[in-house]
Design a protein around this ligand. Structure first.
Ligand code: CMC
Length: 383
């Protein structure tokens, strides 16, 4: 009997594989909602701790609930000595995502609850992962900057503690709030490549740690979380605002992709990029000439790209375009951008893994085989 031709969805584009109540990405109207709340309100009124609670528990906390959740997060900030040894031995190798992945895998061997798949243990591990991942990223960054290890503080907010561990000194309140916003904006984004990678691993009933490691691996690439580092590198390469248009025109003529633009779902301005642009406008009057320069290049590049590809091709700025200059202003080195993206996305990953396990189904798509069949096998001595 002749088989019907298979319908292939390259890159799984347009394929729905599960139901979820965690976030809604409205790519037509450029809107994003976490558990029903608009990202603009989250960025304005919430904190990273409250956003984690919202994503993990599915509702906004009452004040006492948030206080005790924030304390539970702060209590998990410490890192075991062997993780610190590992980070210091591996530092200087410019492979921050690899170090992060190794450190997280090593941490899973240390956690007595790694194999406990009960919902309570998975929630405790999620809180632990959110806190410790941030400490690991800050420690990796601090080692790369040559700042030595600063032990986490339990008295600071999550964002403040990150900057404190990175630089070894208490951060300015305005910068900590700017980072807090960045963490919230990156916390969740439905079934993007890294979240899907987490779920592929989780669907085999692997544990939450190694499922997150799968997400970290997928996040690393320049088409996903690695785009912000590449976008900033491009802004530096342009060097002078007056070179912006020529550089971009040439890159597009050479069929190069401009990092920080385009999205599989948004065919309009990414709402997160709009909010990050507000931070960019705040820092553009900074006294630092480098910050001013890079900001001005970013704004010229944004205008040109929208004129050339926005309205005609649906290629608009995404979350990664303006992030680099903001992180740089916060004193975060570019090699740490993607690890920091992981430290921001971890509540989303954990929320998705726990949600998926409530109705688990092994993820196992099909390939459309286009090779030959029925070939005659010739033994090696006769070939
Ligand atoms: N610059 C120039 N052209 C682009 C860009 C870009 N940034 N993005 C897409 N295009 C073109 C692409 O060349 C292709 O053209 P053609 O049809 O002539 O071959 C067309 O648009 C479709 O692109 P695609 O890559 O097939 O579309 P996709 O839906 O698979 O890709 C994307 C989405 C994000 C991978 C892509 O837009 C891209 O590579 N952007 C640059 C990397 C980037 O900024 N990634 C971060 C994404 S948002 C944050 C995150 O999820 O991590």
């Amino acid at each position: 009997m002749e088989e019907k031709p298979n319908e292939v969805h390259y890159g799984l584009e347009g394929v729905y594989f599960t139901d979820s109540k965690i976030s809604k990405v409205d790519g037509i109207n450029g809107r994003l909602y976490y558990r029903g709340y608009a990202i603009e309100d989250i960025a304005k009124y919430s904190s990273f701790e409250e956003t984690c609670y919202l994503l993990l528990y599915g509702r906004l906390p009452k004040k006492e609930e948030l206080d005790s959740f924030s304390k539970a997060m702060a209590a998990e900030r410490d890192l075991p000595d062997f993780i610190m040894d590992m980070i210091s031995k591996l530092s200087g190798r410019e492979k921050q995502m690899h170090i992060l992945s190794a450190a997280l895998s090593a941490l899973s061997a240390f956690d007595p609850e790694t194999e406990d798949q009960s919902p309570g243990a998975n929630m405790r591990k999620s809180i632990r992962l959110i806190s410790k991942l941030s400490s690991i990223v800050a420690a990796i960054g601090s080692a790369a900057l040559g700042n030595g290890y600063t032990k986490p503080s339990k008295d600071l907010s999550h964002a403040e503690n990150f900057l404190y561990m990175l630089a070894g000194k208490k951060p300015d309140a305005g910068k900590a709030r700017m980072l807090d916003k960045m963490l919230m904006l990156h916390a969740e984004h439905s079934s993007n490549a890294s979240t899907f990678a987490c779920l592929v691993s989780a669907s085999t009933l692997s544990d939450i740690y190694l499922s997150v490691v799968a997400g970290i691996s997928a996040l690393k690439g320049p088409l996903h979380g690695g785009a912000d580092e590449n976008a900033l590198a491009m802004l530096h390469e342009i060097g002078n605002p007056g070179n912006t248009e020529e550089y971009i025109e040439q890159a597009l003529a050479g069929k190069k992709k401009i990092m920080g633009f385009g999205h599989r779902v948004y065919k309009t301005y990414d709402p997160r990029a709009r909010i990050i642009k507000e931070s960019l406008m705040e820092i553009m009057n900074s006294s630092d000439e480098d910050v001013k320069n890079v900001t001005s290049i970013a704004l010229r590049a944004e205008k040109l790209m929208i004129d050339k590809l926005g309205k005609t091709h649906g290629i608009w700025p995404n979350v990664d375009f303006f992030s680099g200059p903001v992180y740089e202003y916060l004193g975060i080195p570019s090699g740490l951008f993607t690890p920091l993206f992981a430290a921001s996305r971890i509540p989303g990953w954990c929320a998705h893994i726990m949600e998926y396990w409530q109705n688990n189904k092994l993820l196992r798509p099909l390939e459309n085989y286009t090779g030959e069949i029925g070939l005659k096998f010739v033994k090696i001595e006769d070939r």
